[in-house]
Design a binder for this molecule. Structure first.
Ligand code: NDP
Ligand code: OXD
Length: 316
């Protein structure tokens, strides 16, 4: 076997999860040889594959024999942030049923949190008060999902069981059972009007960057809830703070932020009715992902088409 044909997989930007992934490959795909940046040293020839999360600018272009880049995440914005990635290189995003299940459980948890205003019960409990809370039936609430991809569609399927009024918004037109669907920027105002709980599950692209801003919030009913599980770059953070302080947005959940980890002096830490999680809404499961990557490498080497290819022009 020549060096060029060895199944060597370079880890780019995996940070603290390197060892979890290394043992996943050792157990489930031992024929794939893992190479960290330190192990690769200065000669980066003979490495055909890369597993990436937040690669450094120029890191992938410096692998001359690269044939495919596998993203650890469903979102590939941190990979596409490097304009130097050779245009011919296929980038494959992560589609993992366990990642999707994690996101669905996060969306259900947070939609119900805002629907039932859990913070009121917690506050009352701390005051020792037996709160006779009144709350609407799901059928009197409109939950609107931005992004009708792998995750958005699965979230709708599960939310439908609670009988919420459901809406979905995507770039191209979709028909989804149990949800009213809207497409494109021109239909965004209609999608937002009357929406009580807005859930963002969009990829970060030039079109979606900064989309969750004061103009968008102005279309929501006063006191609406906003949940962002997509990417921090989609939210204008100052606009959200102002909207929460004015009462336009009544409550919010954020899993993703412009800067992660969220800086200690960020005003979000002190904002009432803002629930935050540290980008853990869901996590790719190495036990599933290793097998998917192994299969994709086998397909590529057999000349078969790859699945879940990123459209570099669209950015997702
Ligand atoms: P998909 O690629 O399957 O779906 C993306 C959806 O977004 C599609 O419906 C697409 O429309 C829509 N979309 C893209 N651009 C626009 C636009 N400009 N206007 C309207 N709709 C648009 O992605 P996934 O569902 O797998 O993942 C979505 C995102 O969720 C990821 O990119 C990532 O950022 C985030 N994520 C976050 C996690 C976390 O832990 N917080 C974990 C996993 C994912 P169309 O159908 O027309 O193409
Ligand atoms: C992802 C993520 O995109 O973890 O998968 O955010």
């Amino acid at each position: 076997m020549t060096t060029a044909l060895r199944k060597r997989l370079y880890f780019a930007g995996l940070q603290q999860r390197t060892e979890i992934w290394r043992s996943g490959f050792a157990e489930l795909a031992p024929e794939i040889e893992i190479v960290t940046p330190q192990e690769a040293g200065s000669d980066r020839h003979g490495i055909p594959y890369c597993l990436a999360w937040k690669p450094q600018a120029g890191e992938l272009a410096a692998l001359p024999d690269l044939r495919a880049v596998f993203s650890i995440g469903a979102g590939v914005d941190t990979i596409l942030a490097d304009p130097g990635i050779p245009a011919h290189l296929p980038i494959i995003r992560m589609v993992d049923p366990n990642l999707t299940k994690g996101m669905v459980s996060y969306v259900l948890w947070q939609v119900l949190y805002h629907h039932r205003r859990i913070w009121e019960i917690e506050d009352a409990q701390r005051r020792g008060e037996w709160l006779d809370q009144i709350y609407p039936a799901p059928g009197d609430r409109t939950v609107a999902i931005m992004g009708l991809g792998e995750i958005g569609l699965a979230a709708i399927e599960h939310l439908a069981r609670f009988k919420f009024n459901l809406r979905g918004w995507s770039r191209s037109r979709k028909t989804v059972e149990g949800a009213d669907c809207f497409a494109g920027l021109e239909e965004l105002p209609a999608f937002l009007t009357g929406c009580d709980i807005l859930v963002c599950l969009l990829p970060l692209t030039p079109e979606t960057r900064g989309l969750l801003n004061a103009d968008l919030f102005a279309h929501l009913p006063a006191g609406a809830a906003v949940i962002n599980g997509g990417r921090g770059g989609q939210l204008n953070e100052a606009d959200l703070l102002a909207a929460m302080q004015s009462g336009r947005i009544g409550s919010a959940t954020l899993d993703v932020f412009q800067k992660e980890p969220l800086p200690a002096d960020h005003p979000f830490w002190r904002q009432p009715r803002l629930f935050m999680t540290p980008h853990i809404a869901s996590i790719t499961d190495p036990r599933v992902a290793v097998l998917t990557i192994r299969q994709q490498i086998a397909d590529l080497e057999a000349g078969l088409p790859l699945q879940h290819l990123v459209d570099r022009k669209l950015g997702y």
